[in-house]
Ligand binder design. Structure first.
Ligand code: SF4
Ligand code: SF4
Length: 385
């Protein structure tokens, strides 16, 4: 099965916010020109004949301004119509304006934003005033009919308030997507905010219970994705699939990288859109070989793991970046992945064995009236959504 084709466009690495744990913004970063977008279009015309998703990411992509999106969106949608492009945008929403919202609405661009829970918890790790500025942008986006989902970054500190954070998402009817804070590569104290893998595993099990206990009230995207992985035995988000060769990021100057997480690190440049490199050219670059090296490593290192088919060693960035570009292990979050995959798999087995056989008054996995919903119930919800 081919993995989805995904191009991340990074109009700038600049960002007006200054979140304490952020490692992906850069002061004074230039803004991508429309000529570079034209090069992107020329590069992709004959690159791969599959439906593609473009995600505008950063830094803060709204710094590019309304004119950038007024030109870039029709250019991509029109010139690459044979690839039926979908769009998405990841932003803190501070620079959302009615003008930008209008053009995003015209192209049905769903928005991923970031909020780490109630104001006090959020602003403690993202900076004073963050919450209010994001909510102001959220109101503009919603007034234009845009869909907005929030990524919630759990840090070493905020995980201690997980009850209040889930309650915040539940009360506001926000879909929650969890992101564990990573050790920063640009900080003298990289572990200051990072969520340890064991804590991350605990958090995932807690969120699984929350998703089941409040099955009608809260939707937790990661839990849905993990349950779907176990059910289909296939990774359905980039962390649990071989992203290499299917995902690329383009930086402000047209440099091509394996993913947005590498943008701005010259050692991971695979080529430039102006040269229209083909898939083989990118695979032959040092960064391309490194990503393939990770895939080969996982085939060996995870061979005996029962979850290898739908985990695939986790995220290559998480594995490679902290070791200075060497493949020396799998994603350090392996401990968390194993914990939650085991938990989902074991509970599922228990539900199946506890069910009456077909034709004996029940449907496999169906909870008894009044009983707590289980993994099967959640899967039924996911399919129905
Ligand atoms: S490097 Fe990690 S974050 Fe980037 S596409 Fe691959 S799995 Fe996803
Ligand atoms: S859970 Fe760990 S050992 Fe298993 S496939 Fe994932 S990274 Fe490899």
């Amino acid at each position: 099965m081919k993995n989805p084709f995904h191009i991340m466009l990074i109009p700038t690495l600049g960002c007006p916010s200054n979140c304490s744990y952020c490692w992906s913004s850069e002061e004074g970063s230039p803004i991508m020109s429309i000529d570079t977008v034209r090069d992107v279009v020329r590069w992709l015309k004959d690159f791969r004949n599959d439906r593609v998703t473009f995600t505008f990411h950063g830094g803060e992509p709204l710094l590019a301004g309304a004119d950038f999106y007024r030109q870039a969106l029709p250019l991509i949608a029109g010139e690459l119509s044979h690839l039926t492009p979908d769009f998405a945008l990841q932003t803190n929403l501070w620079r959302m304006t009615p003008e930008i919202a209008e053009v995003l609405a015209e192209y049905h661009v769903p928005i991923g934003s970031s909020i780490d829970g109630p104001r006090e918890i959020n602003d403690r790790q993202r900076g004073d005033g963050y919450f209010e500025k994001t909510m102001r942008g959220y109101e503009i986006a919603r007034a234009h009919g845009l869909s907005v989902r929030f990524i919630c970054t759990f840090t070493k500190e905020s995980v201690e308030h997980r009850e209040a954070i889930v309650e915040f998402f539940r009360k506001n009817g926000f879909v929650l997507k969890l992101h564990p804070a990573l050790p920063s590569l640009r900080d003298s104290n990289p572990e200051r905010w990072a969520l340890a893998p064991e804590k991350y595993g605990d958090l995932l099990v807690y969120l699984l219970d929350q998703a089941l206990d409040h099955i009608d009230e809260v939707e937790i995207m990661n839990i849905n994705d993990l349950v779907r992985c176990v059910f289909t035995r296939h990774g359905n988000v980039c962390t649990f699939a071989d992203c290499m060769g299917s995902t690329f990021a383009v930086g402000p100057d047209g440099s091509i990288y394996p993913c947005y997480r590498f943008v701005g690190m010259p050692e991971y440049v695979m080529g430039n859109v102006a040269d229209c490199p083909g898939p083989e050219d990118l695979a032959a670059s040092d960064a391309g070989k490194l990503m393939q090296g990770f895939k080969d490593y996982v085939d060996q290192a995870c061979a005996d793991c029962r979850h290898i088919r739908y985990c695939r060693g986790g995220c290559p960035y998480n594995a490679i970046a902290p070791t200075g570009g060497k493949v020396a292990g799998v994603d350090p979050h392996c401990i968390a992945y194993k914990r939650i995959f085991d938990e989902i798999g074991d509970r599922l087995d228990a539900e199946m064995f506890a069910s009456p056989p077909m034709g004996m008054g029940g449907f496999p996995g169906q909870p008894k009236r009044g009983a707590r919903p289980g993994i099967m119930s959640l899967m039924q919800r996911i399919v129905a959504r």
